[in-house]
Write a protein that binds this ligand. Structure first.
Ligand SMILES: Cc1ncc(COP(=O)(O)O)c(C=O)c1O
Length: 382
């Protein structure tokens, strides 16, 4: 899986997140795609919160009071068969680059994360908002001064070709990457060659869960716009996310909210944050060092247009979260996950609230093509 001795695969965690090469492939994909311990592929309902004393983590094993020792991972048979690499679709094993590669060495890559949802009734695979994802991807390329001919449309067409070659008939996760192809020592962005690659893997179905995430406030701070811009999905910046996530997991939490440099809530390790207080929904503004999430944008629209709620984008203090009636994460990986405790304090009743529950249901219907009005957000593959 990790490629040959002097080469590495694009599915290798070190490629995706260069500074955390020691974490396993499964760790990366689980953490990236699930964000919180939401069940995948037939696992039991989301695990209950486990006090630190009874919580142990051995790679992917965890002890669940109800189910005993469980293992959560993306299994080997879920490997892609194909990748888009160096301008064409190739067998996945051929998509490798040198260990001298610039992006591998310095974390100067760009990545995206999209989902495809299989609609059994229509026998159709729908990719959710690909043009928006690729527009953000190319925006990050602009920040990093990657000189590309690609457009969101051309990247979407490459993705469709890849997915038709793969022939997935299940829910999937899609990973585009832009990287510097030059093999040389020397940290810089200019005067180099750049390329795009892409692969997809089957990914667990969205199973609404009655139970939510147990989170803490991270002792780490979010990367700042004037250090490594969080609004871009820059591979090296995800060392920050990995520190946030792993320290939260080691302390027995599902994930953490992280403060920006001025002490306000930014987001989670790989998801945006929303909370409800007195019937109004609040989320940090895009100037709070957040990734400008496509799910966030979708959720703001659904809350306002479909649920008739006011959504206010403003700085959020830590203790406001403690007083929230409801809260959730949003993201391509976590989708919409209820947060039910923060630093051991129950959010509202300590159970998923009615607004988050309705939003989850609505979102699920939208992404699987069951709401005609929002079919324009979906691109059919087949
Ligand atoms: C740091 C971070 N914030 C937020 C998100 C959610 O963004 P999106 O909804 O576009 O997936 C992600 C997604 O991967 C992320 O990595």
């Amino acid at each position: 899986m990790d490629g040959q001795v002097n080469q590495f695969s694009f599915l290798n965690s070190a490629t995706l997140y260069p500074s955390i090469a020691r974490l396993s492939l499964d760790d990366q994909f689980f953490d990236l795609c699930c964000g919180v311990r939401t069940p995948i592929d037939g696992n039991p309902p989301a695990i209950r919160y486990m006090p630190q004393a009874t919580y142990r983590r051995y790679n992917h094993d965890y002890i669940d009071h109800q189910y005993g020792l469980r293992r959560m991972h993306v299994s080997a048979q879920q490997s892609p068969k194909y990748a888009y690499f160096e301008g064409k679709i190739v067998p996945f094993e051929q998509a490798t680059v040198s260990i001298m590669n610039q992006t591998f060495n310095y974390g100067t890559g760009i990545f995206g994360g999209l989902r495809g949802f299989w609609n059994e009734d229509e026998q159709q695979l729908f990719v959710f908002r690909p043009l928006d994802h690729f527009a953000r991807f190319l925006g990050t390329a602009r920040i990093l001064t990657f000189d590309f001919e690609y457009t969101p449309e051309s990247l979407r067409d490459i993705l469709l070709e890849l997915l038709r070659t793969e022939g997935w008939q299940t829910n999937i996760y899609i990973r585009p990457l832009a990287y510097i192809t030059t093999n040389a020592i020397g940290v810089k962005l200019h005067g180099l060659e750049y390329s795009v690659c892409m692969f997809s893997i089957p990914f667990g179905t969205y199973l609404p869960s009655e139970e939510g995430a147990h989170v803490t406030i991270s002792s780490w701070r979010r990367v700042d716009d004037n250090s490594i811009p969080a609004r871009g999905k820059i591979t090296g910046a995800y060392a920050n996310s990995a520190l946030i996530k792993t320290d939260a997991a080691n302390a027995g939490f599902d994930d953490a909210l992280v403060l920006n440099q001025d002490g306000h809530i930014s987001e989670a390790s790989a998801a945006n944050f929303f909370m409800v207080r007195n019937g109004i929904v609040y989320t940090p503004p895009i100037s709070s060092n957040i990734l400008e999430g496509i799910t966030r944008r979708t959720v703001i629209h659904l809350l306002q247009e479909e649920m008739g709620l006011s959504v206010v984008e403003r700085s959020i203090d830590r203790t406001e979260v403690y007083l929230a009636d409801e809260a959730c994460f949003t993201g391509t990986g976590v989708q919409i996950s209820a947060i039910t405790t923060v630093d051991h304090r129950p959010v509202g009743t300590g159970e998923m609230g009615p607004i988050v529950a309705e939003l989850r249901d609505l979102y699920h219907r939208v992404v699987t093509g069951r709401l005609e009005k929002y079919r324009h957000w979906l691109t059919p593959v087949l």
